[in-house]
Design a protein around this ligand. Structure first.
Ligand code: B16
Ligand code: MG
Length: 215
């Protein structure tokens, strides 16, 4: 029986993926190469340092650890500038209504994000107080598809793994959920989420009881 939700942030609650892409692209362009939208898909849910490692390898660029960290910090500054312009308007369709239904039904919810900027983003969009627990890039060591972020989420909610339902927009995130022994809803395109237990384009007009009946 499902007793709680574990929400990914980027791509589920807000679409910060476009900001990540713009900032990574700016960095890649300064280094003299391009990253495609398709390649960017493979970075979703992946931590900042794992992302930069993949991007540099993709561009055939080899840098010292110090220089890599410097570039990741610069990318984050560009990214945070965009995040700081965000408002409640950036919450993706149906999310606020779904959260209201979760709260009203007494289910628990936690955030399970790879982002170190998660608390800042939740503050910007006014959802910070709604979560019973926040597990993010500041508290996990291993990137999705490792299940660490969701195992910690279940623990923080005091629930068994199988009592948690994960909501993800990334293939790697669904893999992480399954590795944690949890079912996962994929939000987005079917082609990127073939491993999800249920795929929805968005939560617009979603009724919580009908959704839970599917699990
Ligand atoms: P930051 P999620 C992930 O968020 C993003 O999908 C991924 O593109 C990003 O690199 C990662 O957070 C780290 O973000 O640089 O802000 O720490 O999808 O797990 O909510
Ligand atoms: Mg995501």
């Amino acid at each position: 029986m499902i007793k709680g939700f574990l929400f990914d942030l980027d791509g589920v609650i807000v679409d910060t993926a476009v900001f990540h892409y713009a900032a990574w692209r700016k960095m890649a362009n300064e280094l003299g190469f391009e990253i495609s939208h398709e390649f960017n898909e493979t970075l979703k849910g992946i931590s900042r340092m794992d992302s930069i490692a993949r991007i540099l390898e993709h561009g055939g660029v080899s840098l010292s650890e110090e220089k890599t960290l410097e570039l990741a910090t610069k990318k984050n500054e560009w990214y945070v500038e965009m995040v700081d312009q965000m408002t409640e308007e950036h919450i993706l369709p149906g999310i606020k209504e779904l959260i209201a239904q979760i709260k009203a039904s007494g289910l628990k919810m936690a955030l399970g994000s790879a982002s170190k900027n998660a608390p800042r983003i939740l503050d910007r969009i006014g959802l910070a107080a709604d979560f019973d627990a926040i597990v993010d890039g500041n508290s996990v060591k291993k990137s999705k598809p490792d299940p660490e972020v969701f195992l910690k989420g279940a623990e923080a909610l005091g629930l068994k793994n199988e009592e948690c339902l994960v909501v993800e927009d990334a293939f790697a995130g669904i893999e992480a959920a399954h590795a944690a022994g949890m079912k996962a809803i994929g939000i987005g395109d079917e082609e990127n989420l073939s491993n999800a237990d249920l795929i929805l384009a968005s939560f617009e007009n979603t009724k919580l009881d009908e959704l839970l009946a599917k699990f």
